[in-house]
Design a protein around this ligand. Structure first.
Ligand SMILES: *Cc1c(COP(=O)(O)O)cnc(C)c1O
Length: 413
């Protein structure tokens, strides 16, 4: 109570201590206490300004508090927010139609968080497997890739390869098989008559921005067609311009049978996700089979539609392609013994740090001290994924800060 009353005098350190007492320790945050965001900039409680090179794991592609999105949110908040799908609402169909138009698919299940949309995809794939493909009841298999990240529910962590995600959360959901990412032979060998779907990220995000061999998605498409298996792409992170195309599958000119969206779909304001697929797949979800109290609510539908319109109008995918190529080029000029690899697609770049020399965390903390925020992935990777509205000069600032941060970390060795 006294802490609240004296808010103005609270330092970042006080706040961090306070949060650690009441918030479960399931994250290890970089020690910046954020209070305000505007475009590509974040401000902490002591007035320091940071360039956001993380954009909330790609949820903030539009930048913080995008004025047009805030306006739509504000207007709709005064009109109708939550109605539930017990009723129709005039806002839902235009939003879903836009998703269909952009993706080339036919129908949508609106949800809220990414994990829920993945769960929806898994359920729809199994339904399709039993009711359309004719798999015997309870025998459906879904193939996934090693080192996948699809979220945190019990079923989703059942097929994770990360021990930390699973430890003491069992027993797990059966029915999943794992193959190495990017390995088309292994995928073909794993397919059986009971396989209903292959679920995969077109480029793996949390695994450390892993790009599969060229032609992989095309070969997956062919294989799935050949064996009557649904190709389901989790584009929660790669989608909506992040990799330099509107969807990562467009790099290879294919269309999946199922597409999972989230993160940037909410325009950086709300949790909005979707499972997008064909009529054939989604008509198996008859009334009562699946649902979500908040999924597709009028506030989300309005913000989601506007987020997509802005993305298209302001050509975020092209910006990401052009500026991403520039960023990678500038990063590759850095002469540092700490860097072992630089890779990525669009404004989605991994800087791999030699773990024998220093943890990626140390680089992120040195970046923070220079006014740039990012977060390490798996101890060895500094992820650079700014809002797609970022300007070239701001990327230069980030690269300059990284150079100095690397020097500082190297000196401390
Ligand atoms: C973030 C992410 C998810 C999970 O989304 P949540 O909104 O955190 O549930 C699933 N898949 C991918 C590829 C992601 O990057």
């Amino acid at each position: 109570m006294t802490a609240m009353a004296k808010k103005i005098e609270i330092t970042s350190q006080d706040y961090i201590k306070f949060e650690s007492q009441v918030c479960a320790p399931n994250y290890l945050p970089i020690p910046a206490v954020l209070e305000r965001g505007e475009g590509v900039w974040l401000y902490d409680s002591e007035g320091r300004k940071y360039l956001d090179m993380m954009s909330a794991y790609s949820a903030v592609s539009h930048g913080h508090c995008h004025p047009e999105l805030v306006q739509v949110l504000h207007e709709q908040a005064q009109t109708l927010c939550i109605a539930s799908r017990a009723f129709y609402s005039s806002t839902l169909a235009p939003f879903l139609q836009k998703i269909c138009e952009l993706s080339g698919l036919e129908m949508v299940v609106p949800m809220n968080t990414g994990a829920e949309a993945v769960e929806t995809a898994l359920k729809a794939a199994r339904r399709w497997g039993y009711e359309i493909k004719g798999i015997p009841d309870n025998k459906a298999e879904i193939i996934v890739a090693a080192n996948n990240f699809h979220g945190r529910t019990t079923t989703i962590v059942s097929f994770s390869s990360d021990a930390d995600y699973k430890k003491h959360f069992g027993p797990f959901t059966p029915g999943f098989k794992e193959v190495p990412f990017g390995d088309i032979e292994a995928l073909e060998a794993a397919i059986t008559p009971n396989t209903c779907a292959f679920l995969v990220e077109p480029m793996q995000g949390e695994a450390g921005i892993i790009i599969p061999p060229k032609g992989y998605l095309k070969k997956v498409r062919t294989l799935c067609d050949k064996h009557n298996v649904l190709m389901i792409l989790d584009e929660i992170q790669t989608g909506l311009g992040r990799t330099g195309k509107l969807f990562a599958f467009q790099h290879e000119g294919i269309i999946p049978d199922g597409l999972i969206l989230g993160k940037a779909l909410g325009g950086g304001l709300l949790p909005i996700s979707a499972f997008v697929s064909s009529r054939e797949v989604l008509e198996t979800l008859r009334p009562g089979s699946h649902g979500s109290t908040f999924g597709g609510n009028p506030l989300s539908a309005k913000v989601g539609l506007k987020a997509l319109e802005i993305l298209e109008r302001d050509n975020y995918a092209q910006r990401s392609a052009d500026l991403g190529a520039y960023l990678q080029g500038e990063l590759k000029k850095i002469d540092s013994d700490l860097i072992t690899d630089i890779r990525g697609s669009g404004l989605w770049v991994a800087v791999e740090i030699n773990p024998q020399k220093a943890p990626a965390r140390a680089v992120c903390e040195a970046l923070m001290a220079r006014g740039v925020l990012s977060k390490e992935t798996h101890d060895t990777i500094v992820r650079l994924a700014p809002p797609l509205i970022i300007e070239k000069e701001q990327l230069d600032f980030a690269v300059g800060a990284l150079k100095e941060a690397l020097k500082e970390v190297e000196k401390a060795l």
